[in-house]
Design a protein around this ligand. Structure first.
Ligand SMILES: Cc1cn([C@H]2C[C@H](O)[C@@H](COP(=O)(O)OP(=O)(O)OP(=O)(O)O)O2)c(=O)[nH]c1=O
Length: 201
Protein backbone atom coordinates (compact mmCIF):
# COMPACT_ATOMS: atom_id res chain seq x y z
CA UNK A 1 0.00 0.00 0.00
CA UNK A 2 1.36 3.48 -0.80
CA UNK A 3 2.03 5.71 2.23
CA UNK A 4 -0.90 7.89 3.22
CA UNK A 5 -0.20 11.60 2.76
CA UNK A 6 -2.09 14.58 4.22
CA UNK A 7 -4.90 15.99 2.08
CA UNK A 8 -6.83 19.23 2.33
CA UNK A 9 -9.39 17.65 4.66
CA UNK A 10 -6.90 15.88 6.91
CA UNK A 11 -6.33 16.66 10.53
CA UNK A 12 -3.91 19.30 11.77
CA UNK A 13 -2.07 18.68 15.02
CA UNK A 14 -1.29 22.17 16.31
CA UNK A 15 1.55 21.26 18.63
CA UNK A 16 5.30 21.58 19.00
CA UNK A 17 5.46 18.43 21.09
CA UNK A 18 7.39 15.57 19.45
CA UNK A 19 5.60 13.20 21.86
CA UNK A 20 2.16 14.21 20.56
CA UNK A 21 3.29 13.75 16.96
CA UNK A 22 4.64 10.29 17.72
CA UNK A 23 1.48 9.25 19.57
CA UNK A 24 -0.97 10.62 17.02
CA UNK A 25 0.83 8.70 14.28
CA UNK A 26 -0.28 5.49 16.05
CA UNK A 27 -3.85 6.15 14.87
CA UNK A 28 -2.65 5.42 11.34
CA UNK A 29 -4.39 8.44 9.84
CA UNK A 30 -2.88 11.22 7.73
CA UNK A 31 -2.22 14.43 9.63
CA UNK A 32 0.00 17.45 9.47
CA UNK A 33 1.84 19.08 12.35
CA UNK A 34 1.87 22.85 12.67
CA UNK A 35 3.66 24.17 15.70
CA UNK A 36 2.93 27.45 17.41
CA UNK A 37 4.72 28.87 20.40
CA UNK A 38 1.74 29.86 22.56
CA UNK A 39 2.41 31.42 25.97
CA UNK A 40 1.00 29.28 28.79
CA UNK A 41 0.32 31.61 31.74
CA UNK A 42 -0.95 29.87 34.88
CA UNK A 43 -3.48 31.31 37.30
CA UNK A 44 -5.08 30.26 40.58
CA UNK A 45 -8.01 28.30 39.15
CA UNK A 46 -8.23 24.49 39.55
CA UNK A 47 -5.77 22.56 37.33
CA UNK A 48 -8.60 20.77 35.50
CA UNK A 49 -9.92 24.19 34.40
CA UNK A 50 -6.51 25.60 33.54
CA UNK A 51 -5.65 22.80 31.09
CA UNK A 52 -8.92 23.40 29.26
CA UNK A 53 -8.25 27.13 29.13
CA UNK A 54 -4.72 26.51 27.78
CA UNK A 55 -5.84 23.96 25.16
CA UNK A 56 -8.45 26.48 23.97
CA UNK A 57 -5.84 29.26 23.94
CA UNK A 58 -3.68 27.11 21.66
CA UNK A 59 -6.65 26.59 19.33
CA UNK A 60 -7.39 30.32 19.31
CA UNK A 61 -3.75 31.14 18.55
CA UNK A 62 -3.79 28.65 15.71
CA UNK A 63 -6.96 30.17 14.26
CA UNK A 64 -5.40 33.65 14.35
CA UNK A 65 -2.26 32.42 12.61
CA UNK A 66 -4.16 30.39 9.97
CA UNK A 67 -7.57 32.11 9.68
CA UNK A 68 -8.60 30.43 6.42
CA UNK A 69 -8.03 26.79 7.25
CA UNK A 70 -11.14 24.60 7.11
CA UNK A 71 -9.41 21.46 8.34
CA UNK A 72 -10.02 19.88 11.77
CA UNK A 73 -7.47 21.13 14.31
CA UNK A 74 -6.39 19.23 17.40
CA UNK A 75 -4.73 21.05 20.32
CA UNK A 76 -3.82 19.70 23.75
CA UNK A 77 -2.41 20.77 27.06
CA UNK A 78 -0.99 18.49 29.75
CA UNK A 79 -0.39 19.42 33.36
CA UNK A 80 0.90 17.76 36.49
CA UNK A 81 -1.40 18.46 39.43
CA UNK A 82 -0.24 17.84 42.97
CA UNK A 83 -2.51 18.92 45.82
CA UNK A 84 -4.49 21.11 43.42
CA UNK A 85 -1.41 23.03 42.24
CA UNK A 86 0.21 22.80 38.82
CA UNK A 87 3.83 21.83 38.31
CA UNK A 88 4.76 23.32 34.94
CA UNK A 89 7.92 22.82 32.90
CA UNK A 90 10.97 23.51 35.10
CA UNK A 91 13.25 26.23 33.83
CA UNK A 92 16.45 24.95 35.44
CA UNK A 93 17.94 22.02 37.35
CA UNK A 94 17.15 23.47 40.76
CA UNK A 95 13.49 23.82 39.87
CA UNK A 96 13.42 20.31 38.44
CA UNK A 97 14.99 18.90 41.60
CA UNK A 98 12.42 20.66 43.74
CA UNK A 99 9.57 19.23 41.66
CA UNK A 100 10.96 15.69 41.85
CA UNK A 101 11.17 15.89 45.66
CA UNK A 102 7.62 17.23 45.74
CA UNK A 103 6.43 14.21 43.73
CA UNK A 104 8.55 11.69 45.67
CA UNK A 105 6.54 9.01 47.53
CA UNK A 106 3.20 10.57 46.56
CA UNK A 107 0.29 10.27 44.16
CA UNK A 108 -0.34 13.11 41.71
CA UNK A 109 -2.64 13.62 38.75
CA UNK A 110 -1.69 14.20 35.14
CA UNK A 111 -4.45 15.93 33.21
CA UNK A 112 -4.60 16.42 29.46
CA UNK A 113 -7.27 18.61 27.87
CA UNK A 114 -8.01 18.20 24.18
CA UNK A 115 -9.58 20.95 22.07
CA UNK A 116 -10.83 19.93 18.63
CA UNK A 117 -11.64 22.80 16.30
CA UNK A 118 -14.13 22.15 13.49
CA UNK A 119 -15.18 24.62 10.84
CA UNK A 120 -18.22 26.67 11.87
CA UNK A 121 -18.65 24.92 15.23
CA UNK A 122 -17.75 25.58 18.84
CA UNK A 123 -14.63 23.67 19.91
CA UNK A 124 -15.12 20.16 21.26
CA UNK A 125 -13.37 19.71 24.60
CA UNK A 126 -12.43 16.49 26.40
CA UNK A 127 -10.09 15.75 29.28
CA UNK A 128 -8.35 12.70 30.66
CA UNK A 129 -6.88 12.17 34.12
CA UNK A 130 -4.20 9.64 35.06
CA UNK A 131 -3.05 9.13 38.62
CA UNK A 132 0.66 8.47 39.09
CA UNK A 133 2.45 7.29 42.22
CA UNK A 134 6.13 8.10 42.56
CA UNK A 135 8.52 5.92 44.52
CA UNK A 136 10.17 7.41 47.60
CA UNK A 137 13.24 8.93 45.91
CA UNK A 138 16.69 9.20 47.48
CA UNK A 139 18.87 12.26 46.91
CA UNK A 140 21.19 10.05 44.81
CA UNK A 141 18.29 9.00 42.57
CA UNK A 142 17.16 12.58 42.06
CA UNK A 143 20.76 13.66 41.27
CA UNK A 144 21.04 10.82 38.76
CA UNK A 145 17.72 11.69 37.13
CA UNK A 146 18.58 15.36 36.83
CA UNK A 147 21.77 14.35 34.98
CA UNK A 148 19.73 12.46 32.35
CA UNK A 149 18.41 15.88 31.24
CA UNK A 150 14.92 14.42 30.79
CA UNK A 151 13.44 17.13 33.01
CA UNK A 152 13.76 19.64 30.19
CA UNK A 153 10.62 20.67 28.28
CA UNK A 154 8.21 18.42 30.20
CA UNK A 155 5.57 19.14 32.81
CA UNK A 156 6.55 17.97 36.31
CA UNK A 157 10.23 17.37 35.36
CA UNK A 158 9.90 13.69 34.43
CA UNK A 159 9.21 11.51 31.39
CA UNK A 160 7.27 8.36 32.09
CA UNK A 161 8.16 7.08 28.62
CA UNK A 162 11.91 7.27 29.15
CA UNK A 163 14.18 6.72 32.17
CA UNK A 164 11.60 8.49 34.28
CA UNK A 165 9.81 5.11 34.25
CA UNK A 166 12.23 4.07 37.01
CA UNK A 167 10.80 6.71 39.34
CA UNK A 168 7.24 5.42 39.12
CA UNK A 169 5.65 2.69 41.25
CA UNK A 170 2.11 2.66 39.87
CA UNK A 171 -0.35 4.41 37.58
CA UNK A 172 -4.16 4.41 37.33
CA UNK A 173 -5.48 5.42 33.94
CA UNK A 174 -4.12 5.97 30.46
CA UNK A 175 -0.32 5.83 30.09
CA UNK A 176 -0.41 7.85 26.85
CA UNK A 177 -2.26 10.62 28.64
CA UNK A 178 0.83 11.14 30.81
CA UNK A 179 2.94 11.45 27.64
CA UNK A 180 0.62 14.17 26.38
CA UNK A 181 -2.10 12.49 24.28
CA UNK A 182 -4.73 10.04 25.63
CA UNK A 183 -4.96 7.91 22.51
CA UNK A 184 -8.26 6.12 23.05
CA UNK A 185 -9.96 9.41 23.92
CA UNK A 186 -8.53 11.12 20.83
CA UNK A 187 -9.65 8.22 18.67
CA UNK A 188 -13.20 8.29 20.07
CA UNK A 189 -13.44 12.05 19.72
CA UNK A 190 -12.39 11.98 16.05
CA UNK A 191 -14.52 8.92 15.23
CA UNK A 192 -17.63 10.59 16.70
CA UNK A 193 -17.15 14.01 15.15
CA UNK A 194 -14.98 13.80 12.03
CA UNK A 195 -15.07 10.16 10.84
CA UNK A 196 -13.76 11.39 7.44
CA UNK A 197 -10.26 11.70 8.91
CA UNK A 198 -10.15 7.89 8.96
CA UNK A 199 -10.75 7.52 5.24
CA UNK A 200 -7.78 7.61 2.88
CA UNK A 201 -7.40 10.75 0.79
C1 LIG B 1 4.44 14.14 32.85
C2 LIG B 1 4.98 14.04 31.45
C3 LIG B 1 4.83 15.08 30.54
N1 LIG B 1 5.32 14.97 29.26
C4 LIG B 1 5.16 16.07 28.29
C5 LIG B 1 3.88 16.02 27.48
C6 LIG B 1 3.78 17.44 26.94
O1 LIG B 1 4.49 17.49 25.69
C7 LIG B 1 4.53 18.27 27.96
C8 LIG B 1 3.58 19.21 28.67
O2 LIG B 1 3.55 20.42 28.00
P1 LIG B 1 2.36 20.97 27.11
O3 LIG B 1 2.32 22.44 27.32
O4 LIG B 1 1.10 20.20 27.31
O5 LIG B 1 2.81 20.68 25.61
P2 LIG B 1 4.07 21.18 24.81
O6 LIG B 1 4.47 22.56 25.26
O7 LIG B 1 5.13 20.10 24.89
O8 LIG B 1 3.56 21.20 23.31
P3 LIG B 1 2.40 22.13 22.62
O9 LIG B 1 1.92 23.12 23.64
O10 LIG B 1 3.04 22.79 21.45
O11 LIG B 1 1.34 21.13 22.22
O12 LIG B 1 5.11 17.35 28.90
C9 LIG B 1 5.98 13.81 28.86
O13 LIG B 1 6.43 13.72 27.71
N2 LIG B 1 6.12 12.78 29.75
C10 LIG B 1 5.65 12.82 31.02
O14 LIG B 1 5.81 11.82 31.77
Amino acid sequence: MPPISPSNSSLILASASPRRKELLSRLGIPFEVKALDTPEPLDQSPPSEQVVRLALAKLKAFRSAYPTTKRPILCADTCVDIDGRILGKPSNEAEAEKMLFQLSGRWHRVITALALGLEGQSPIIKSAVTEVRFAELTKAEVDWYIKTGEWQDVAGAYRIQEQGALLIEEIRGCFYNVMGLPLRLVYGMLRDTVPDVFSNP
